[in-house]
Design a protein around this ligand. Structure first.
Ligand SMILES: C[S@@+](CC[C@H](N)C(=O)[O-])C[C@H]1O[C@@H](n2cnc3c(N)ncnc32)[C@H](O)[C@@H]1O
Length: 201
């Protein structure tokens, strides 16, 4: 069966891995830790990261309508530390998950409406353990400005598909993270005009 595929995932998975490897460890040791992935998409990140960080137990998820596609790749990978993905829409009242040492999401905050971003951060509070991490990859604006003209064009394309989509302001996202008890550790500039933001609870 053909596996779901995204070229951008293929391009960004190694740069993201290099940053995650610094943070998704316990007290500097590669001890088992549990990660919840929101908006898993094609599953390429989940498979790549669990291959290169075998100490992680990676629970991927996505909105119910994406689960079947996501699980094609996870099922094919058949890895003990990568269970099948859970249906999880960040706007649902109860995420029906236990707590995790880290939450990871890539390229999702600019797709979902701003109201869903608010709900994402509101519900995170009970999900990340104290001392745990939140890692968010994607494009951001700073003080209202796009980091590059190509991100400004990307924002227009997003809004033409869905007026509620759009590149989010870093300051706004960081404020929501603060309200969820998270402190920014790093803002990593990544290839292709993206950032990888890392917070700690
Ligand atoms: C551009 S794709 C990114 C997928 C993958 N993380 C990647 O980097 O390739 C956006 C993802 O956001 C998910 N998404 C959109 N709205 C969501 C919501 N309310 N809750 C959870 N996931 C959502 C979509 O289903 C899709 O998988």
């Amino acid at each position: 069966m053909e596996l779901p595929f995204s070229q951008s995932c293929e391009n960004n998975k190694d740069p993201i891995l290099a940053v995650l490897q610094k943070h998704l460890v316990a007290d500097g040791h590669r001890q088992p830790s549990r990660v919840l992935e929101i908006a898993g998409g094609t599953g390429q990140h989940a498979v790549h990261f669990t291959t290169h960080m075998p100490w992680l137990h990676w629970q991927s998820s996505d909105v119910p309508e994406q689960i079947e596609t996501l699980n094609i790749r996870l099922r094919a990978a058949a890895k003990a530390n990568l269970p099948l993905a859970l249906p999880l829409d960040v706007t649902q009242q109860d995420w029906r998950v236990n707590s995790f040492d880290a939450v990871f999401t890539a390229n999702s905050l600019h797709i979902m409406p701003a109201s869903a971003v608010v709900e994402f951060f509101r519900r995170l509070n009970g999900v990340i353990e104290s001392g745990g991490h939140l890692c968010i990859y994607g494009p951001f604006k700073y003080e209202g400005d796009f980091t590059t003209p190509s991100n400004a064009q990307f924002d227009l394309r997003l809004k033409s598909r869905n007026p509620l989509s759009g590149i989010r302001d870093f300051e706004w996202v960081n404020e929501l993270a603060g309200e969820a008890g998270l402190t920014l550790l790093e803002d990593n500039a990544m290839p292709a005009n993206n950032q990888l933001l890392v917070w700690k609870k």
